[in-house]
Ligand binder design. Structure first.
Ligand code: ZN
Length: 136
């Protein structure tokens, strides 16, 4: 598997606008994009920090995965995403090595990336995402 860097950290928040205000006013970062990902029932806000992004996630539905996460665990770090060169290869390697996959096939994520999740049961409690930039 060829992981090149941490693509982003996903953070579950109840109120996207309030969280954006904190990241901008306190941390001095700039939100460069807000995007709704219908597939995952979330609205996302992105901040670039070096090569890595912070992805804030607000649920757009009561039964969405981020809403359920906040209900169970409260706001906070939701997942970590690794940039990989070959997402299909990375998924099959993880599966071969006994990791439970949430997505056997990559799907479309925010920013036009191909994404797939590994189950936190197999990753020491960290919901882990692979991201592949289609143009690279
Ligand atoms: Zn993500």
């Amino acid at each position: 598997m060829n992981i090149s860097y941490i693509e982003h950290i996903g953070i579950a928040v109840k109120d996207l606008n309030k969280a954006i205000e904190y990241y901008e006013q306190v941390l001095g970062l700039k939100c460069y994009a807000i995007e709704e990902v219908k597939d995952q029932k979330v609205k996302t806000a992105f901040f670039q920090v070096g090569q890595t992004k912070i992805e804030l996630l607000e649920s757009t539905a009561d039964e969405g995965p981020v809403a359920r996460f906040i209900e169970k665990k409260g706001e906070g770090i939701h997942h970590m995403a690794f940039a990989v060169k070959d997402i299909n290869g990375a998924l099959s390697e993880a599966e071969k090595k006994g990791v439970q996959l949430i997505d056997k096939q990559p799907r479309n994520g925010a920013e036009g990336l191909n994404i797939a999740f590994l189950h936190p049961k197999s990753t020491f409690g960290v919901l882990t995402e692979f991201c592949e930039h289609p143009e690279k």
